[in-house]
Ligand binder design. Sequence first.
Ligand code: PGA
Length: 246
Amino acid sequence: MKKIVANFKMNQTPTDTKKYLMTFLSRVSEDADVTLCLPFTSIAEGVYLTRGGNVKIGAQNLSDEEKGSFTGEISGAMLKDAGVSEVIVGHNERRAKFKENSKIINKKIKIALKNRLKVILCVGESLAQRNTLKTFEVLKEQLEEALKGLYQNELDRIVIAYEPIWATGTGKHATQKEVEEAVKIIRKVISEDFSAAAAENICVLYGGSITQKNCKAVMNAKGINGALIGAASCDPLELVKIINII
Ligand code: PGA
């Protein structure tokens, strides 16, 4: 079964989330593996409405500090206690717009794991990097920096999302072949740095302009375990359709 992660980004008030979930939860299949990464302010509503069901609630970010004088930040412990089970780390929007570097991403991952949150680690190259044949180099560096100091058994709680920058929020998705190549690179790096078994077992998602029209072809890529969906997940009916297709 494919894993689906929905990234709502900075969309939906708690009232919107309530309406969304009324529609979504009555239609989504009971055996779907779905995590809805809601804005912080919608998490309580999401946790409440999904209680006892198969739909998990995730967050889109956490602080790289554990606690203290960091006005406006949200800690891993806060997310865990609020009922969050997974958190996105290293999304390209945070890397670019909030200047999150690999050191910060590595700290965030360690804090998330310490709080028993599953991490959805995003990696991906820009168009310029792809055009100059740097995709391998970029993915390897992003993975190695992010996973530095982790034990092999901790990879059970890491999901890697391949999200090329040129495909996120652009309407242009990677082809099946491009996804297959990236998945191969990701598993090769994990195999070299951890083990062949870790590389085989790690869950790899693709994200970037997925819609109900293109999801089947992209999800046919060899080695892909699921999808990270942004814009298309904002419509509950579209998300249900995608889940049913893949
Ligand atoms: P998109 O976003 O599906 O709208 O391209 C995916 C993401 O940024 O996680």
